[in-house]
Design a protein around this ligand. Sequence first.
Ligand code: UDP
Length: 236
Amino acid sequence: MPAHKRILLKLSGEALMGDDAYGINRATIVRMVQEIQDVTRLGVEVAVVIGGGNIFRGVAGGAVGMDRATADYMGMLATVMNSLALADTMRQEGMTARVMSAIAIEQVVEPYVRPKALQYLEEGKVVIFAAGTGNPFFTTDTAAALRGAEIGAEIVLKATKVDGVYTADPKKDPTATRYARISFDEAISKNLQVLDATAFALCRDQKLPIKVFSIFKPGALKRVVMGEDEGTLVHV
Ligand code: UDP
């Protein structure tokens, strides 16, 4: 039996990049989709928020003198591209997905409408939330926390390159150990980076647990959904 009925999965744009320096790697996106499909087959309702860092980040535009808000809108559009690629790959793999955008681009994707998103989830469709929160100066982590709270997800699954939250950076410190679980308050007091600060605060306020795990570890997403000891659970 899966441990969760409805989940919000946050994938960074980099999760689609594979070993490429930029953009979307075909084999990688297919693998991501298959990991998600394994979870939908358990009867779990899946919503996805995808980042855009593999294409464009607002801070990068800001760093070269662009107006930050404009650069952030470009970043949000990058997440729309990733969302379309993800939904299309899902279609090819025999899944049904719907992309809903926080920014109106009606000819391309339908707008985010909460009741409709809930309906799709109940119908067993994967819902991909594109364009982040729709506002500059935020991140897709915050979009994940926001949409997760809105749709009543039981947990936000933050897919990263590292398989959880560690006592220190495991790449630099070989004695670093993984927390199996940690409370929001402990994570704050130990200054551990789980999600960006706004997203973290929102989850904490809404008592929405977060699981940090590695999407690059085959089968990890399924083990997380089954409630097995995988990654780090951040709990209230
Ligand atoms: N972004 C934004 N508002 C949001 C979400 C995203 O302005 O609500 C922009 C921001 O510029 C960000 C970019 O979109 O850098 C891509 O999102 P993010 O950096 O979260 O992607 P990830 O790092 O997860 O790939």
